[in-house]
Design a protein around this ligand. Structure first.
Ligand code: ACO
Length: 441
């Protein structure tokens, strides 16, 4: 397995791969990306050999070529359209990064202003949608409501199903990026039985979301600058992560020709799972469990190493990062600055630091290259900001939305895109006959 020290890219790249199957040999082209990542193009493998590849979890399978995000998991590198994410720590707003991902380049001042104006214009939901929230039980998981209501948007905006050109696409993207905030906030207000707070056109993206979630009638929530910056950065750091589970889902659904609303709603469902976006909730419940005194950090780590326990150290490990996750490093810094200012000495932050120290020196985690991932510190920050735990994954979805949209459009614009349709190796019964009920044992 390549590790951080192996220099597999320095070898001369062959442009063909040879497969030997019994007596026969087959040649397949090797293709190379702009960062010297290499793939064996097996598009004609089955046609030529009668075989398919089997790769559970797709750990070695490239499903597309993409120009949006580059990750080098061995070196802890993440870049959006070529720009290292560390460069986003001080400068842009989330909306600028969203446009960078969607347009494929940094926007001009006018493009950013127009897009921001669209975000303001489209922030309201059709009043008919408001009534739909009433039909959900108070206890409904916000991720379920989010997915359902994004799908519902496609009922209210049928004119945005077929997109003729980039201009129409950008308007549709602005609709969804703006309205997801309103849906998220209304889902939260509904779960608490609170009156809905309408978007305020005077507020920018992050403040408007917090206003709709946390203001009360006649009492506007004031968002401190430190909170705005932290949430802005959380959204930016979640904005894309190439072919992860939810993004691949969006592409999969989109490959059938499904519209942007339907494809993104499916992405929300994929993100919901505890091994993906739901991990930030699990991290918090792990920290709370330890804080309540049920287990010490040492005991928890021991349990996470025990294969019979089914417990994992949540917020640790990643399919791609076999070194540090650069997003986690940036968020750890934010947590250290922000949490003491907002919540004083937070025992959960102390527990997180302790867990990280233990795991980073434990041979189990070291050998398996398990490092803190983006979810390890994001929950602690969101909690300090005042976001309830059941809204954590919704925050992730708001952040990831521009990435989903960029991938959907890239696929839509790529000539030769085919419907995504993996194959399988069948392991069931061979041909068998139907038995009438009376003949069954
Ligand atoms: N705690 C304990 N052991 C772990 C952990 C963990 N968090 N993560 C992986 N391992 C172990 C596995 O048990 C396995 O051990 P083995 O080789 O002895 O069988 C080995 O490390 C490899 O793990 P896999 O599950 O094969 O790794 P995979 O790439 O399939 O999974 C995943 C990656 C899902 C992120 C995993 O590390 C995990 O479950 N982490 C905890 C959940 C989490 O934090 N998810 C958020 C991911 S980031 C994101 O989606 C934004």
């Amino acid at each position: 397995m390549p590790n951080a020290n192996s220099d597999h890219n320095a070898q001369t790249a062959p442009d063909q791969a040879t497969l030997i199957l019994g007596e026969r040999q087959f040649q397949f082209p090797v293709i190379e990306g702009s960062e010297q990542e290499r793939a064996i193009d097996i598009s004609y493998l089955r046609a030529e050999t009668g075989h398919i590849t089997l790769d559970q979890g797709y750990g070695n399978t490239g499903s597309c070529q993409s120009a949006i995000t580059f990750i080098d998991g061995d070196r802890g590198i993440l870049r959006y359209r070529g720009i290292p994410i560390e460069q986003f720590a001080d400068y842009p707003h989330f909306t600028e990064v969203a446009l960078l991902l969607i347009l494929g380049r940094l926007p001009s001042e006018t493009e950013l202003e127009d897009f921001s104006a669209d975000l303001t214009r489209y922030a309201f939901l059709d009043e008919g949608m408001k009534h739909q929230f009433e039909g959900f039980p108070r206890s409904a998981p916000p991720m379920a409501i989010l997915s359902a209501m994004i799908n519902s948007l496609s009922c209210f905006h049928t004119e945005l199903h077929e997109l003729e050109d980039e201009r129409e696409f950008l308007h549709t993207a602005a609709h969804i990026i703006s309205k997801i905030r309103t849906i998220a906030a209304f889902a939260f207000r509904h779960s608490r039985g609170l009156p809905y707070i309408y978007p305020d056109p005077a507020l920018r993206y992050v403040q408007n979301l917090l206003h709709m979630m946390l203001s009360q009638p006649y009492h506007q929530h004031v968002c401190p600058d430190i909170v705005r910056k932290a949430l802005n950065l959380i959204f930016i750091l979640h904005a894309d992560h190439e072919q992860n589970c939810s993004t691949s889902t969006v592409r999969m659904v989109g490959s059938s020709g499904a519209n942007l609303f339907a494809s993104v709603a499916a992405g929300v469902c994929a993100l919901w799972g505890p091994l993906h976006g739901g991990a930030n909730v699990e991290v918090l419940s792990m920290l709370e469990q330890i804080h309540e005194g049920n287990l010490t950090p040492e005991e928890y780590v021991k349990l996470a190493k025990d294969k019979n326990s089914k417990v994992r150290l949540m917020g640790f490990g990643h399919r791609v990062y076999k070194n540090f996750d650069p997003r986690a490093q940036m968020l750890a810094k934010v947590a250290e600055e922000l949490v003491p200012k907002l919540s004083g000495d937070d025992p959960l932050l102390e527990i997180a630091r302790r867990l990280e120290d233990i795991a980073l020196t434990d041979s189990y985690f070291v050998e398996r290259q398990l490092y803190p991932n983006v979810d390890f510190y994001s929950g602690i920050i969101l909690r300090a900001i005042g976001i309830p735990t059941n809204m954590f994954t919704v925050m992730f979805a708001i952040g990831r939305l521009p990435g989903w949209i960029a991938h959907w459009w890239e696929q839509n614009q790529t000539a030769g895109t085919r419907i995504a349709r993996p194959r399988q190796i069948y392991t069931g019964e061979t041909r068998t006959d139907y038995l009438p009920m009376e003949d069954r044992a």
